[in-house]
Design a protein around this ligand. Structure first.
Ligand code: SAH
Length: 249
């Protein structure tokens, strides 16, 4: 009986061998998951160290959960996959970068969104920030001015299962009026002023997070809050360095 079972099992293994590549991939995924958990620890330490400036000692658990879940290694070029869980920005081509994970977590936290909220992102880039927001349960509308980057981001987001992200190629300075108004707006490229169309597409009670400053000067991450009566207040959070918001169509 044991012998029969033995032969049966070997026959099955022989008939349906698990390919080496699948084994290697499972091992990689395990390593990436561990690296992601370590990255989230590093982000938590950065948050605590900057707690005074950012007005929080720790991140919203929903942000932490999303950062632990989204596979950043899928959003960077394959040759950078082994650096995907370093807490640094990385090049994604066309002179653009995927933002530093700490900054992605911080911007997601500052926007103070709730599941189901509509959020506009200006500067899709790799699609990673959009995926983090989608993972948190937001309805994400994201605009990118460089068409090939939008194409790659669309493919990655679909492959990773983030179907609730809508993308559009265009100049995000003008926002996406037909889809507004938004509960939150996250701008991931620096402008020398806050684009008025974005302010008008922000709902009362909504928040916008945007780096403000010239490309060669220190930029400030600014939190804009619109109160229930539509009055605006702004607060400078931290010095940051983002690629510029360009104005080509
Ligand atoms: N959020 C991205 C980081 C993107 S870097 C990520 O998670 O990977 C900033 C992006 O903004 C770049 O891809 C750049 O092409 C884009 N961008 C610059 N100016 C823009 C504009 N006016 N409208 C839309 N996107 C713009």
């Amino acid at each position: 009986m044991f012998r029969t079972l033995f032969y049966t099992l070997t026959a099955w293994v022989w008939l349906f061998p698990v390919p080496d590549s699948a084994i290697a991939e499972a091992a990689n995924e395990k390593a990436f998951t561990a690296a992601r958990a370590a990255l989230v620890e590093a982000i938590a330490a950065d948050v605590a160290a900057t707690g005074k400036a950012i007005g929080a000692q720790r991140l919203d658990p929903a942000v932490i959960r999303a950062m632990k879940t989204v596979r950043r290694h899928r959003f960077v070029p394959p040759e950078s996959a082994d650096r995907a869980y370093d807490n640094t920005p990385l090049p994604i081509g066309y002179g653009q970068t995927i933002s530093q994970p700490y900054i992605v977590a911080l911007m997601s936290n500052l926007a103070a969104l709730n599941p189901g909220d509509r959020v506009l992102e200006v500067g899709t880039g790799s699609g990673y920030q959009a995926a983090v927001l989608a993972e948190m349960g937001m309805q994400v509308y994201s605009m990118e001015i460089i068409r090939p980057l939008a194409g790659t981001a669309a493919e990655t987001l679909r492959a990773e299962g983030y179907d609730q992200v809508s993308l559009r190629v265009g100049d995000g300075y003008f926002g996406w009026e037909e889809k507004g108004p938004f509960d939150g707006i996250i701008v991931t490229a620096a402008a020398d002023h806050i684009p008025p169309p974005l302010l008008s597409q922000l709902k009362n009670g909504g928040r916008m997070v945007i780096p403000v400053g010239g490309p060669f000067s220190v930029q400030q991450l600014v939190l804009v809050a619109k109160d229930e009566d539509g009055a605006l207040t702004t607060r400078q959070i931290l010095p940051v360095r983002f690629v510029p918001l360009t104005r080509r169509p």
